[in-house]
Design a protein around this ligand. Structure first.
Ligand code: NAD
Ligand code: FE2
Length: 386
């Protein structure tokens, strides 16, 4: 449904239980989500290893819900992989699906949910509102901070043949229940902590400067920016800091809420071909691109970036657009984010094709506050090939 230009809309999960140890409350909160007999648990392997998937099963079995578990979801899932998983599950019956893991696991959980109830292939669901019927009720439990996928109506699919990633966007992808337990993120390795944290920050800042920004998305974006700015370097250095992990997980969820109300923009559009063609993890691609796209956008959003600077807690002389960009650059160094796309096999001759692919991500490109021509996109990629 298209909205008139001066209207805005917001949607999110109906029930969120949050805080350290909240996974232990899963069973109690499930009662409010419905009554179920059998569940499919889609678990990240690290969640199985650390015992959190067992805890989910224990909670469900206490409610007399029988469980089967899969734990071989690939990172940055392809359409082919999702098709294979669905084919393998065709004989299983379940009336609840629980995803526990990073954005890749949560997106696959959301897609399995709607693929079970809609007579369509995943390729036919790509784009906006191409899912007809509600899916199997889902519970989403993130283990990264993160994509915010637990509260977004999006699931991202990699299409290797087209060397691109595309989103399925539908209100039917929202879960019945979210459990936001920072204890699950304590063992997230340093490099993933950095990249997924920067992805969350990118959701917030892109939503705040998007042409679709509105009062509801602004509130979530600024709070996300505030929480992540104060914790991202700390959580990278001290992964065992539970309070910092909790703030990051909240910041990540608020980032998901911000992008649901508004939308991400050119950073994400330029990141998709880097994921689709060169398998660069989503958070890494975004972290590398963010400072350079912000430099391009700066002249169009100086006023907004001043408010971002305040939310980031930057002092007097840095409370401006330059201060924000400088700080983001400092983070990429402090978080050891790669600065050269050659590390991933990208060469100068790939740039025109990457730019053409990014420009095709019109859903996000059209949100960017300053229109980008092919030459502008190429110039950003070339900054990462110093
Ligand atoms: N649906 C959305 O709204 C949305 C938004 C942004 C990105 N995405 C998509 O999400 C995917 C990326 O998700 P991600 O960044 O969360 O990464 P991920 O789910 O791919 O996980 C990254 C790595 O971290 C490991 N891991 C995850 N949690 C762990 C934990 N707690 N302890 C130890 N290891 C752990 C995984 O095994 C994996 O190797 C991409 O496909 C991206 O396009 C979706
Ligand atoms: Fe993202």
């Amino acid at each position: 449904m298209t909205l008139s230009p001066n209207l805005y809309r917001f949607q999110t999960a109906p029930q969120i239980v949050a805080g350290p140890g909240s996974l232990g409350q899963l069973g109690a909160h499930l009662d409010l989500a419905g009554s179920f007999r059998s569940a499919l648990v889609v678990a990240q392997r690290s969640m199985v290893r650390q015992g959190f998937a067992d805890e989910v099963v224990r909670q469900l079995e206490q409610k007399e819900i029988s469980c089967s578990i899969i734990q071989d979801v690939m990172p940055e899932p392809t359409a082919g992989h999702i098709r294979e998983l669905c084919a393998r599950l065709s004989e299983e019956s379940f009336d609840l699906i629980v995803g526990i893991g990073g954005g890749s696991v949560l997106d696959v959980t959301k897609l399995i949910s709607v693929l079970r109830t809609n007579d369509r292939q995943v390729e036919e669901m790509l784009g906006i509102d191409n899912v007809e019927r509600p899916g199997i009720p889902a519970v989403l439990i993130p283990s990264t901070a993160g994509t915010g996928s637990e509260v977004t109506p999006n699931a991202i699919v990699t299409l290797p043949e087209e060397e691109l990633k595309i989103g399925v966007v539908s209100r039917h992808l929202l879960p019945r229940l979210v459990v936001l337990d920072p204890c699950l993120t304590m063992e997230l390795p340093q490099a993933h902590t950095a990249a997924t944290g920067m992805d969350a920050f990118t959701h917030a800042i892109e939503s705040y400067i998007s042409v679709k920004a509105n009062p509801i998305s602004d509130m979530f974006a600024l709070e996300s920016i505030r929480l992540i700015s104060r914790n991202i370097v700390q959580v990278y250095r001290e992964g065992s800091d539970l309070a910092a992990r909790e703030q990051m997980l909240l910041g990540s969820m608020y980032g998901g809420m911000a992008l649901t109300g508004s939308g991400t923009a050119a950073v994400h559009a330029l990141a998709y071909p880097l994921g689709g063609k060169f398998n660069i993890p989503h958070g890494v691609a975004n972290s590398m691109l963010l400072p350079h796209v912000m430099e391009f956008n700066e002249s169009a959003v100086r006023g907004r970036l001043k408010r971002v600077a305040v939310a980031m807690g930057l002092g007097g002389s840095l409370q401006n657009a330059e201060g924000v960009i400088q700080k983001i650059k400092e983070w990429t160094v402090a978080l050891d984010i790669p600065q050269d796309l050659r590390v991933f096999g990208v060469e100068g001759r790939n740039v025109p094709a990457l730019a053409q692919a990014a420009l095709k991500v019109t859903r996000l490109m059209q949100n960017n506050p300053k229109p980008m021509a092919a030459g502008d996109v190429e110039a950003v990629y070339r900054k990462l090939l110093p």
